[in-house]
Ligand binder design. Sequence first.
Ligand code: ADP
Ligand code: MG
Length: 322
Amino acid sequence: MGEFELIRHYFQQHSAESTPASVLLGVGDDAALLQPPAGEALAVSVDTLVSGVHFPDDAPAEEIAQRALRVNLSDLAAMGATPLWFTLALTLPEASDDWLRDFSRGLFEVAEAYGISLVGGDTTKGPLTITVQVMGSVAPGLALRRDGASAGDYVLVTHTLGDSAAGLASLQGRLEKAVSEDVSAYLQERYWRPTPRLEAAAQLAGIASAALDISDGLLADLGHICAASDLSAELFIEELPLSPALQNATSQDQARQWALTGGDDYELCFTVPESRMPELGALIGTGALQATVVGRLGTGSGVHCTLHGEPYDSQQSGYTHF
Ligand code: ADP
Ligand code: MG
């Protein structure tokens, strides 16, 4: 199959089936023609996944596609933006039909689930690399930026942390404990198919003062909010939300370490002024939002961890980084 037949068969036909009105012209021409919603800002983000660096060399094609699009959608969620369109630059060592079929199935499954349309891309030969660029829209005043936080704001995270690092350890046979199939399946799914927190982000518009998605671990990513907002943070280690599966799979110390530095969770870390905490509490109370207070911002700089009020050195907690 030649390059153009490949594009037509695996990407163009499928994307044409679900083209929304905002796509005036999609895959197939020199450029796509897109119509953003009137008055909204365009949120644009790109992420590259390299085989052997961002996922194991022997990863299934469907999971690579799932992960590539999901991590990009997470960036739109972290900005408070609604997904609209994406492009795909694909570098392949060979044009394998089986691989492309599985990859495009995974890709369009996610695209349909989150209402985002493939509008173009590029296909080249070389070491397996997947670049996805996502575009979404957000009212300019409601974008969830990193630089809007103030001293005294609470720090929260959605759902649970550390699952993805445990999932990768499970995939690579590095878990220290034997776990049930249910537990390893849950953790591995958290690694391969992170959930972009678009619904949570929609609830946070007008409430959160700053937000980002946790790709490098809470410690590093909260550091980005602190740096952008010119503040410090205290992180309450005993409050870190850890899933039952994670606690089942490893020691408390290791679980906390993964939650802090494991990365790949794609949960949201966001800050909320004290005055908006009642509204936020109501969202959590009704089950509309799953989030946990894990810290508080102050003046100064850097992220400082405490365990029940005592200083906690995340680097000396008994775990050596892999
Ligand atoms: P050009 O030479 O003008 O850059 P290409 O041959 O790269 O055109 O691509 C032809 C058309 O196919 C373009 O509309 C491009 O957006 C689309 N395309 C190429 N590769 C992909 C892909 N992997 N996924 C989706 N669309 C693609
Ligand atoms: Mg091209």
